[in-house]
Design a protein around this ligand. Structure first.
Ligand code: ATP
Ligand code: MG
Length: 236
């Protein structure tokens, strides 16, 4: 599933004295199965872009084509269904439901898709195993470490078998070891299930693991390079 972004713009407070042009004239194609990092200074528009690609936020103008549909043209109801079935989100602060156990947090999104209880249970169990949390599955998030919570969030994001996963600074609150583990898991799922990953980050350790690195400055695309090109660039 290719994502084609055409002439995308997002302006906050357009009618005020100080409109904020958070994203300007962005045109970009991301192919199925890519593992892409978006980097750039604070305020450069990373979160805004991820939210528009994931249909959480609507652009001021432009198009986001996914599977022959411009998602900007979908009704709110269509967008909710599209998001639920195609997109997984991972947030910096994990955003798990504190009253549910790890297992229940992962099952919950599949229940919304109307899957059977048995299927939800089985897939949640498998995913928690893949992220190394079988022992922790009956714990609630407040009793888990940041790294463990973020791994639950990854399992939850992948539970509905989304075609792509958006992660907004997924390692911002993690130590080096948890960051490396999370990247291993994401990379494995990218390779095995072909899930497209698009994640924003400030972290050089994360950038190093991306296959493609897109840099934003002031809401504009500043560079778009493959890891191999980036390595060459840094040497000079
Ligand atoms: N809801 C909003 N209303 C008004 N302005 C906003 C809103 N959200 C973001 N902005 C502005 O849009 C610009 C881009 O913000 P965005 O959050 O996308 O940046 P970012 O690259 O994710 O930054 P950070 O690295 O700090 O997370 C900033 O100037 C920000 O102040
Ligand atoms: Mg941000």
């Amino acid at each position: 599933m290719t994502i084609e972004i055409k002439q995308l713009n997002k302006t906050y407070n357009p009618d005020s004295e100080y409109p904020v042009h958070a994203v300007q004239d962005l045109t970009l194609t991301i192919e199925q199965g890519e593992f892409v990092a978006i980097m750039g200074p604070s305020g450069s528009g990373k979160t805004t872009i991820l939210n528009m690609l994931g249909g959480i936020d609507t652009p001021t103008s432009g198009e986001v084509w996914i599977e022959g549909k411009d998602i900007c043209q979908l009704s709110e109801k269509q967008l909710i269904a599209f998001r639920r079935d195609n997109i997984g989100f991972i947030f910096q602060d994990y955003s798990l439901l504190p009253v549910l156990t790890a297992q229940e947090n992962v099952e919950f999104v599949m229940q919304l898709q109307g899957r059977s209880e048995a299927e939800c249970q089985q897939r949640a169990g498998e995913l928690l195993e893949q992220v190394g949390l079988t022992q922790q599955k009956d714990k609630r998030p407040p009793k888990m470490s940041g790294g463990q919570q973020q791994r639950v969030a990854v399992a939850r994001a992948l539970a509905p078998r989304p075609r792509f996963v958006m992660a907004d600074e997924p390692t911002a609150n993690l130590d080096a070891k948890s960051t490396a583990e999370l990247l291993d898991i994401m990379q494995h799922l990218n390779e095995v299930e072909g899930t497209t990953f698009i994640f924003s980050t400030h972290d050089p350790r994360v950038i190093k693991r991306a296959k493609r690195v897109i840099v934003f400055e002031d809401g504009k695309l500043a560079s778009d390079m493959l890891q191999s090109e980036l390595a060459t660039e840094l040497e000079h």
